[in-house]
Design a protein around this ligand. Structure first.
Ligand code: ATP
Length: 740
């Protein structure tokens, strides 16, 4: 079939815009230039597309539209510049061993620190929730006896909740929007190689903790596992950057770990520690990190993450047990971590009003409905009710009685007032008549399932309802989040019963398969809505006929090995790329020899430090430590040393370099890029198939893939180019290629 041009080219294909001899300032993805494709669609839909075999391949435009301004990628590839090699020559094997030990210690520190943050959040929530329900109970008791001011308890409840939720939502919306949502999608993105703006800042940590404390205390039906994972990731990222530790003999070790690759490993460990401290499930935490994104891992890294998660679970447990020594503290723990919407809870507790006893044999269980005595407002006590004992502590629960007679408790209220972990933990021990048959899971979505169980129990008999509730909640949760490995382990560890492993695993697998048939999981949907170009483990199938030249951007913005400052400033001002091939000057609009790749962040440091050839000694260059100092907030305002790192994390005041920031003399100076560039970045040929380029990019965690043809730079591929390519196989309306 004869190829035809579907999209008329706006410019000649091999045009080059040269700006003051520096580089080209305009780039157009190849697909926008009307490439000649082997098999073409003659249907003009919303984006460029063509047929690959029988599938329609489209280049989705809007991926870039939303993300370009704010989303940056991370680079997990080694940057073997001359400066780096010079630094490496000074290191000894002894140093490498000490560095490895140091990294293990830091991983442990991440676990302990995450546990401390988790414990603080736990304690605050317990204290506030305890105070809230003590207050409400006082008024409920008062009104039940005196029949006065019946509107007062719900009013207090509403005011309490609204105040806390207002604080949480205000800080989240106006101060740090990066804290909105569960926190799991940005962790997934980070592990995939994308840095979401503001995601790992210290300010984000404070507001995340404040947000979760206030929203749970304010009665919102939110789980704390997502925020704990996010919190762990921030703590880990901060520790990996050596916040507050880059002094004295530690500085050298900390600097060695200050790069995207190490930081990603710490973030993975932090996420695992977050899971471990949310549920006390270290193995589940490790699997979460592996399942949710580490594209590159090895046994050492898995062990380090395991250590981190173990310490987090252990420390949190110990911290909370030390906590729990006094009676009032035990009462607070019994109240639980999670509280759902107050008004609904209050209304349901009153209107449904199912009263249970805890000691009835399962087979004889009959729910009894307590009624307020209309004459004196007190509750009548049915004869079959025995004294209420808490299953675990043996003490009467002061919270669950609500509108039920003495000696019984309110099942709906129990569901709301019990902590999520305790509910999960007790499902396996649950029997008829115990409050644990109606527990909620760690995500509010599971509450739906458990609520269904509760209603069912109200009408008939069922054996082992707690266990079915657990399976039901697992199915529902698995259908929502689509996690299999880690969720199985989290639930098995949380219930301390390995016998549940197989049924839970099968349930989660079925939930995932069925769910995937209809749509993506909730975290992936969030990521998609944000327009973040996450790359899946493997490229879309059946696309070997798509070549690198189809997806690359061109012409490429390049820089010469020695660049004039005025030209550099102008180039950076006119494009937003973060990587530039360095090429020798060419002739007739063609590039010269490809020398390597220089990153945007390096250029900022060179400009900020004014490392001009004209003012430096012959052959001198900036040492690696200068770039380590600037990491990861290159180009931010430099403030006093002591608070520099902390300040950057709070403020992120970026300098945008403009010509007026330099004197006219400086603008005529030049920067020598050769000592800093990576001379051997990964490259592909234009004929390399799209799946191979994708696997190279995804597998090695690259940020830029330069397309080289006969030593000539001809294109650039970033994750946005790869994420654009999507086959649409399910529509059934893909145009059929014309017959030859
Ligand atoms: P990332 O956003 O992944 O951190 P980046 O910022 O360098 O990397 P973008 O500028 O966001 O990349 O990429 C947008 C488009 O620009 C992509 O299609 C990419 O191929 C292209 N691109 C990136 N660098 C260059 C360059 N030096 N010259 C020409 N096009 C480029």
């Amino acid at each position: 079939m004869a190829a035809k041009k579907l999209f008329p080219p706006g410019q000649p294909r091999d045009r080059h815009y040269l700006l003051e001899g520096v580089g080209q300032v305009s780039n157009v993805p190849a697909w926008q230039e009307g490439l000649e494709l082997e098999v073409l669609s003659n249907v003009d839909l919303d984006g460029p597309k063509f047929l690959s075999g029988k599938y329609e391949v489209s280049f989705v435009k809007n991926i870039e539209k939303k993300t370009r301004a704010c989303v940056e990628s991370l680079n997990y590839d080694d940057w073997e510049s001359a400066v780096f090699l010079e630094h490496e020559k000074m290191l000894t094997h002894g140093y490498q061993i000490r560095l490895a030990v140091f990294k293990w210690l830091l991983m442990g520190l991440v676990g302990v620190s995450t546990a401390i943050v988790g414990a603080i959040a736990h304690m605050l929530i317990h204290t506030i929730v305890d105070f809230k329900f003590s207050l409400i109970k006082t008024y409920v008791d008062f009104c039940m006896v005196d029949q006065c001011m019946f509107w007062l308890p719900p009013l207090i409840w509403i005011l309490f909740n609204c105040t806390f939720v207002f604080v949480a939502s205000w800080f989240t919306t106006f101060v740090e929007p990066a804290t909105s949502g569960s926190g799991i999608p940005p962790v997934k993105c980070y592990l995939n190689g994308i840095k979401m703006p503001g995601f790992v800042r210290i300010r984000t940590l404070f507001i995340k903790v404040l947000g979760i404390v206030c929203s749970v205390s304010g009665g919102l039906a939110v789980g704390k596992e997502g925020p704990m994972i996010h919190t762990g990731a921030i703590v880990a990222s901060g520790i990996a950057q050596g916040l507050g530790m880059r002094r004295g003999s530690l500085k050298g070790y900390m600097d060695s770990l200050r790069d995207d690759k190490n930081r990603r490993e710490f973030v993975a460990a932090g996420g695992a520690a977050g899971v471990a401290s949310a549920f006390g499930t270290p193995l589940g935490g490790v699997l979460f990190s592996i399942e949710e994104g580490i594209s590159w891992w090895n046994p050492t890294l898995v062990w380090q993450i395991f250590l981190c998660a173990m310490l987090a679970a252990l420390f949190l447990h110990n911290l909370l047990s030390l906590y729990i020594t006094k009676k009032w503290q035990k009462v607070m723990e019994a109240v639980g971590v999670a509280a759902v919407t107050a008004l609904v809870g209050y209304g349901l507790s009153y209107s449904v009003n199912i009263c249970y006893t805890s000691q009835q044999p399962a087979d004889n269980f009959v729910p009894s409905v307590g009624k307020l005595n209309s004459e004196n407002g007190s509750a009548s006590v049915p004869e079959n009710l025995v004294k209420l004992d808490d299953l675990t502590s043996g003490h009467a629960s002061p919270y669950a009685q609500m509108f039920c007679p003495n000696g019984s408790y309110n099942a709906i209220a129990a569901m709301f007032f019990q902590s999520a972990e305790e509910n999960v933990n007790h499902w396996q021990h649950g029997h008829m008549g115990s409050q644990f048959q109606v527990g909620s899971s760690f995500l509010p979505s599971s509450l739906v399932q458990s609520g269904g169980d509760l209603l069912e129990l109200g009408h008939g008999k069922m054996f082992f309802p707690g266990k079915y509730s657990l399976i039901g909640a697992a199915a529902h949760l698995g259908g929502v989040v689509r996690m299999t490995l880690s969720l199985t382990l989290i639930l098995v560890e949380a219930t301390s019963n390995v016998k549940f492993g197989l049924p839970i695993m099968l349930t989660l697998m079925v939930a995932k398969i069925v769910g995937d048939h209809f749509n993506k999981g909730i975290y992936d949907l969030h990521i998609e809505l944000e327009g973040v170009p996450v790359l899946n483990w493997s490229p879309p199938a059946l696309l070997h006929c798509v070549k690198s030249r189809h997806v690359m951007s061109k012409p490429v913005v390049t820089l010469p090995p020695v660049v004039k400052l005025s030209n550099l400033v102008e180039t950076l001002a006119t494009c937003s790329h973060h990587g530039f091939p360095v090429v020798e000057p060419g002739t007739k609009g063609l590039f010269g020899k490809f020398l390597g790749l220089i990153s945007w962040s390096q250029l900022l440091v060179l400009m900020q430090k004014k490392a001009f050839r004209e003012v430096m000694e012959e052959g001198a260059h900036l040492p690696l430590s200068v770039f380590k100092d600037a990491y990861p907030c290159h180009g931010t305002v430099d403030v006093g040393y002591a608070f520099k790192d902390f300040w950057r994390h709070f403020s992120h005041v970026f300098i945008s370099f403009q010509k007026r920031m330099f004197s006219s003399k400086e603008l005529s100076y030049t920067l020598d890029l050769q000592p800093y560039l990576n001379p051997a970045p990964n490259t592909v040929s234009p004929e390399e198939s799209f799946p191979r380029a994708y696997q190279l990019f995804r597998g090695l965690g690259l940020r830029h893939l330069v397309v080289i043809d006969s030593s000539q730079v001809v294109g650039m591929i970033t994750r946005k180019d790869l994420a654009r390519v999507t086959p649409r196989m399910d529509k059934g309306n893909a145009p059929v290629p014309k017959k030859q």
